[in-house]
Design a protein around this ligand. Structure first.
Ligand SMILES: Cc1ncc(COP(=O)(O)O)c(C=O)c1O
Length: 481
């Protein structure tokens, strides 16, 4: 008991000390002084030939005041002590209101895949906006048809019918409804620690208490997470798959509507599903009459480097694929792709979405596909991502606080723990490193159930020099702790 109290007090002291340092100390302000005090040089951001236009808008403080007064109090933001006013972007870089450049290693939450304001995507949006911004799908227009054709060509097997939505939540809601209609069953299985959206059905499929409100969420069973780092069966995918079989046997009528999962959990902290998991689960789901849904909202569109879609790394072909984020490089767009036979179910009633598939968004989506191909972004995600992961793994050898490095391509996670054996989440330290990295010019994301995982999901045009800068800054910051 006494030992436990002592450990807690020590933890609290360390947390307070770190917070004090976070608040009272800025690398930028003290750069000159620090330079004399340290042996290792301050890492330098790779050069980049772009100067954003001058900014004449309101200050960060004014914006914050307006947010507090006029926007939902639920809206949170990073860097609580010095929130960042981001006003410009170019490729893998963002600029604040003073014109300062930051390396964007979060990509607007795995959304900006081609690069900020990529000229081809901007051109497609501007050209389409000048010509026709909205007309409704009740008339014909080439943008939606051309993009649907191009998108379908990127999917395997019979996955050839596309429904456009405005977001990932909408795409997953639609996919779940289609599975229920097609099978006549209600039960859906998703994974613990998943994030699939925040509307009624998708909040049910989401399985992290901090993203779930206490409202009716029916018909979803949450299976054991096949998490190689924290999961009960380690990397044994087939053992986790047995849990799905048991859920079907004991928790349902024996028949299910489907199984929904990400291929790499994003919000949950960049967790790759244990090897061999999906083939075994897909087989159980099919036996129970269900459809397999792959949520590719974060890991689709070449982000994982080895493949265009995340599910391909486990050698499965889903019945339904949902996507958003990277599909539009930041424009609001989502999609559900399925087979002609399954798609038929929506003809039983009218299904309509005012903005889904509008000309501007689909023109942007089409441009994104062309850029990914033209600029070999999948290959780049593979090459630079593998290099970055290797360097992060070397950093793990150096810093005890890094418990795990994981992920694929340019979807990487770095989990911080205060004790490698116990895997105690290093929450305060994560915030501290994140703040200091921002002060040194690197923006990374944060997630995982305990908020102790760095999420590295930059635009896919990230270079090896960017990767070096990120790792050097992380190393520098951790060395100062
Ligand atoms: C895997 C996954 N699915 C679905 C969603 C929901 O997408 P949206 O925020 O566009 O509704 C998210 C959002 O982060 C996500 O990461």
């Amino acid at each position: 008991m006494a030992m436990q109290r002592l450990a807690t007090m020590k933890g609290q002291y360390r947390a307070k000390e770190l917070l004090r340092r976070c608040r009272g100390f800025s690398w930028v302000a003290h750069r000159e002084t620090i330079a004399h005090e340290i042996e290792s040089p301050i890492p330098k951001m790779p050069p980049f030939d772009y100067a954003p236009p001058p900014y004449n808008g309101p200050s960060a403080a004014e914006i914050l005041q307006k947010r507090k007064q006029f926007l939902s109090p639920s809206m949170f933001y990073f860097y609580n002590n010095t929130p960042l006013n981001v006003v410009d972007g170019k490729m893998q870089y963002l600029y604040d209101d003073t014109g300062r450049r930051y390396l964007d290693a979060f990509g607007g939450i795995a959304t900006v895949c081609c690069g900020h304001c990529h000229p081809d995507v901007v051109k497609a949006i501007v050209n389409q906006t000048n010509r026709l911004q909205h007309c409704t799908i009740l008339y014909l227009n080439p943008a939606i048809a051309d993009f649907a054709e191009a998108l379908a060509s990127k999917l395997p097997g019979d996955l050839k019918v596309v429904f456009f939505t405005n977001s990932g939540t909408e795409a997953n809601e639609l996919a779940m409804m289609i599975a229920r209609l097609y099978t006549g069953c209600h039960d859906i299985i998703s994974l613990r620690n998943a994030y699939h959206g925040n509307a009624a059905g998708t909040m049910g499929a989401t399985a992290q208490s901090n993203w779930k409100f206490n409202i009716v969420q029916s018909g979803v069973h949450h299976a054991l997470n096949p998490d190689p780092y924290r999961g009960v069966f380690g990397s044994d995918g087939k053992m986790y798959a047995k849990d799905v079989e048991e859920l079907i046997t004991y928790g349902t009528s024996g028949h299910v509507a489907g199984f929904l999962s990400e291929s790499i959990q994003g919000v949950g902290g960049i967790i790759e599903l244990a090897p061999d998991y999906l083939p075994a689960v897909y087989s159980s789901i099919k036996k129970a009459g269900g459809l397999c849904i792959a949520d590719e909202v974060q890991c689709g569109f070449a982000r994982t480097g080895s493949h265009f879609w995340g599910f391909e790394s486990q050698g499965v072909v889903p019945d339904i694929v949902t996507m958003a984020k990277g599909i539009g490089n930041g424009i609001p767009l989502g999609a559900v792709v399925t087979t002609p036979e399954i798609a038929e179910v929506l003809t039983r009633r009218s299904y309509f979405n005012t903005f889904g598939g509008n000309p501007v968004c689909t023109a942007a989506g089409h441009a994104v596909l062309k850029v990914i191909e033209k600029e070999n972004l999948q290959e780049n995600a593979h090459v630079v991502g593998s290099y970055l992961k290797e360097r992060l793994n070397s950093l793990k050898d150096k810093h005890e606080i890094i418990g795990d490095v994981r992920g694929r391509g340019l979807m990487l996670g770095v989990e911080l723990v205060t004790d490698r054996q116990l895997k105690t989440p290093a929450k305060v330290e994560t915030l501290h490193v994140m703040d200091q990295m921002k002060e040194m010019g690197v923006l990374i994301g944060k997630g995982g159930f305990f908020g102790n995982v760095f999420r590295i999901t930059p635009p896919l045009c990230f270079t090896k020099e960017d990767a070096d800068f990120l790792v050097d800054v992380m190393d520098y910051t951790m060395s100062k702790m």
